[in-house]
Design a protein around this ligand. Structure first.
Ligand code: COA
Length: 330
């Protein structure tokens, strides 16, 4: 059974509108210095013009298909990682397939918050192992702004909207792209209440006429999330390297979840990987949840930060809690 797969093309898409730290100074009691020193974030793209999850997935997917030299018609499976789909039903993946002009494929959403991309990647690997002819589209997108309370200064400054997408097939000699050597994902529901979006779920339903409550939006214990994120991301990256007999010196590029510059730096330090090998773009996008890692990977490749021959280590952490890592050889 062929279990190895390769990223044939990748793309990303963000909304046009930008919210800068100066914009937030006018919205809540905050300032640029506080935001930059605590998070590293300077601006984020936000769907102020009504862009939806499927809109951004579509933009990223078209770019990924173009890079892969494939048409949507060639796809066999469509997976979308998101916690903020356009609707509960139909799924974002069904809507994306339709937007791409295809039908008859398995199309499904994966929900793992900010770790969604690596969860979807692992799912795609399993599908390709089962169906070696599969050509799988994985799009990861969140319109976090649809679930952010813009009066809560503790959370609203952190997030942005965006999408990243990859097209995967079984590996074969002569193909170029990013060979997915391995993925390791995990979860722990015991600490799930530290980062939630509960309102509107069947546990906290809304009835017709109810006023939206705080629980409709992202709620979190920032300090606790910070500690868990650093610990989980570094240890899962270490575990994956060890599993392959690799050390930090074998890693050419580290792309951690773009939540916060201090978290990224702490993960780099724990792994003892120099800053020069760590890619960040959170300064201009904020935390885009499921899109964070593929958006960063897509940009890192496009900008030449990731070069042919590089071994890239991806790390992620999100609500659930969920976390994971992946090794991709370009
Ligand atoms: N501007 C100014 N002050 C703010 C603020 C803002 N936007 N947000 C919070 N504060 C205030 C707090 O009210 C608090 O004031 P107090 O001391 O008077 O109560 C003070 O700043 C310190 O808050 P604290 O929460 O201790 O700050 P921190 O150093 O932990 O930084 C985060 C806060 C949210 C930036 C940080 O905890 C973090 O990044 N956590 C991880 C969040 C994350 O990445 N979540 C997603 C993971 S997938």
């Amino acid at each position: 059974m062929n279990t190895s797969c390769i990223i044939r093309g990748m793309g990303h898409c963000v909304p046009d509108s930008v919210l800068t730290n100066a914009d937030f100074e006018r919205m809540v009691e905050t300032n640029d210095e506080w935001i930059v020193s605590r998070t590293g974030i300077r601006e984020r793209h936000v769907a102020l013009n009504g862009e939806t999850c499927v809109d951004l997935c579509h933009g990223a997917s078209v770019a990924a298909l173009e890079k892969a030299g494939m048409t949507a018609e060639e796809l066999t499976h469509v997976i979308v990682a998101t916690f903020s789909p356009d609707a509960v039903i139909p799924s974002a993946a069904c809507m994306l397939s339709h937007r791409l002009g295809i039908s008859g494929r398995m199309s499904m959403d994966v929900s793992a918050a900010c770790s969604g991309f690596l969860y979807a990647l692992e799912t795609a690997r399993a599908l390709i192992a089962l169906h070696p002819q599969a050509r799988v589209l994985v799009a990861a997108c969140d319109i976090v702004s649809s679930r952010v309370d813009y009066t809560d200064r503790g959370t609203c400054i952190l997030f942005g909207d965006g999408a990243g997408a990859v097209v995967l097939t079984a590996d074969a000699p002569g193909l170029s792209g990013g060979r997915v050597l391995d993925v390791l994902v995990a979860s722990d529901g015991a600490v799930g209440d530290l980062l939630t979006v509960k309102g509107g779920g069947s546990g906290t339903p809304y009835k017709l006429g109810d006023t939206i409550r705080r629980d409709f939006f992202v709620e979190m214990n920032g300090r606790e999330v910070y500690k868990h994120a650093v610990r989980a991301m570094s240890s899962v990256c270490e575990e994956l390297l060890t599993r392959h007999g690799l050390t930090k010196d074998d890693v050419d590029v580290l792309i951690p979840h773009q939540a916060n510059l201090r978290i990224v730096e702490a993960v780099g330090k724990r792994l003892d990987i120099p800053e020069s090998k760590v890619f960040t773009n959170l300064q201009k996008y904020g935390n885009t949840s499921a899109a964070s890692v593929p958006l960063a990977l897509s940009e890192a490749v496009a900008e030449g930060f990731v070069k042919p021959g590089h071994l890239v280590l991806l790390g992620t952490f999100g609500g659930g809690f969920t976390w994971g890592s992946a090794l991709v050889k370009f």
